[in-house]
Design a protein around this ligand. Structure first.
Ligand SMILES: O=C1NC(=O)NC(C(=O)O)N1
Length: 310
């Protein structure tokens, strides 16, 4: 019997696929579709701000060759909406609640509220949204990242992870790992979209999304090499107690397999979930099991992190 299990902060996942924050997770209806999808082992909510946020003007998400581009701007129904949902459903399976305050004060206030709540699942602190005009991707500032995690862990005792942007410099892998290893993080989720890219419509010679003059985060097939590199680089550098959710470029079971080969414990799907819908999870699981059978593996531990080098 081949198993697809993973464990993060004592939570046992018997399927390792889930949605990427932002995709199929804005409403309770969407969240329920992921919660009940065959092949999905968990879900994450849309990154929440303290209260409802309309986000950026549309068009703000579109397909493009080899993936997608988005500048949603953190539209969401507010923390209470998602906190209520995960409290109600947390007995079904381990769940992730994502938060993305626009300020450190907002993030700390939300974490105080979650700490005091009946939610006992996992929180994903999104430090990497590239699409709020005028706001930096916090995790590109290593001092700011250390500062917020220092304050968070003075009071927050429930399982917590961070959503990271992609890094592109080996020294930056070293620097972010040196920060993260100083904290009792349950996981990191890497990567968020590659920020502030530009896609042009060949018919109109125009950008494809409205916000920020067309600048937006890209995802899908085009980002897989960067996603795999970030999973691998952080797996090699992070304390083994800090587990990894691999995100970026997943279209097939082979892509899931490669994220695990690079060290991922769970694998999340964004762009291609948006295009295909929650049926993608069962297809990816079937294809992953076939790839494992081809290689003679019966569990993820048989090959997790076993990327060969030359
Ligand atoms: O963290 C985020 N990453 C994205 O690519 N888009 C969303 C958003 O814009 O809300 N947030």
């Amino acid at each position: 019997m081949t198993t697809l299990t993973a464990n993060i902060a004592g939570f046992e996942f018997d399927d390792i696929l889930l949605n990427a924050a932002g995709v199929y997770c804005m409403t309770t209806e969407e969240l329920d579709q992921v919660l009940t999808a065959p092949g999905a082992g968990s879900l994450v909510t849309k990154s929440a701000t303290p209260s409802f946020r309309a986000g950026n003007p549309a068009p703000r998400f579109t397909k493009m060759p080899l993936g997608s581009i988005n500048s949603m701007g953190l539209p969401n129904n507010g923390l209470d909406y998602y906190l209520d949902y995960v409290i109600t459903k947390q007995a079904v399976k381990p769940l992730f609640l994502s938060i993305a305050g626009l300020t450190k004060t907002d993030n700390l206030a939300m974490l105080h509220q979650i700490q005091a709540s009946n939610f006992n699942g996992l929180v994903e602190l999104n430090l990497s949204c590239p699409n709020v005009p005028g706001k930096p991707q916090t995790a590109y500032d290593f001092d700011a990242t250390r500062a917020i995690l220092t304050e968070v862990f003075q009071f927050y005792t429930k399982p917590l992870g961070v959503k990271l942007p992609p890094y592109f410099d080996i020294v930056h892998f070293d620097m972010v790992a040196a920060v993260l290893n100083d904290f009792p993080l349950a996981f990191v989720n890497t990567i968020n979209s590659i920020g502030n890219a530009l896609a042009i419509d060949p018919e109109t010679d125009s950008v494809m999304i409205a916000p920020k003059g067309g600048f937006g985060g890209i995802g899908g097939e085009i980002v897989k090499p960067t996603a795999l590199a970030n999973v691998r680089a952080l797996r090699l550098r992070l304390n083994p107690a800090i587990k990894i959710i691999g995100t970026g470029g997943v279209q097939t079971g082979r892509d899931v397999y490669e994220h695990i080969l690079c060290g991922a414990d769970l694998v999340s799907v964004g762009t291609n979930l948006a295009f295909e819908g929650p049926a993608i999870f069962d297809r990816l699981k079937t294809e992953l099991l076939a790839e494992m059978a081809k290689k003679g593996y019966r569990s993820l531990a048989d090959f997790r992190g076993n990327l060969q080098t030359l």
